[in-house]
Design a protein around this ligand. Structure first.
Ligand code: SF4
Ligand code: SF4
Length: 115
């Protein structure tokens, strides 16, 4: 499962630099698959849509920090536990029930992000 940030976020930014996939963005900041990954060219997202890795995309939140589900691997392949949840002072990084993925799927995603 991906991790998501709830609206309790106080915007302290502690999580942002901890993410090995650059999956966390400040509110209102556009995101790209290529940020912090080795992706180039066309990338097929979890929902089957295709986007250019370096295209800037509409922020997923304009109110609090957010996580791009397609970039979150629950830190699999890097750390034993989700680093954002570990450092968040108010425990607002929680599992996102919308994205159920096995450990093998998360590791495969990590391999796709960092060729
Ligand atoms: S769980 Fe890990 S990969 Fe996912 S957003 Fe948090 S720090 Fe990034
Ligand atoms: S560490 Fe928690 S409170 Fe701070 S920006 Fe990240 S999600 Fe928000």
């Amino acid at each position: 499962m991906s991790i998501k940030i709830t609206d309790e976020c106080i915007g302290c930014s502690a999580c942002e630099t901890e993410c090995p996939n650059n999956a966390i963005y400040e509110s209102g900041v556009e995101w790209a698959m290529a940020d912090g990954t080795s992706l180039k060219g066309t990338y097929v997202m979890m929902d089957g849509s295709a986007i250019e890795a370096d295209q800037r995309n509409t922020p997923l939140s304009n109110d609090f920090y957010y996580i791009v589900p397609d970039k979150c691997t629950e830190c699999q392949g890097f750390h034993e536990e989700p680093q954002c949840a570990n450092v968040c002072p108010i425990d607002c990084c929680v599992t996102d029930e919308m994205y159920r993925e096995t450990e093998a799927e998360l590791l495969a995603k990590k391999e796709k992000l960092h060729v």
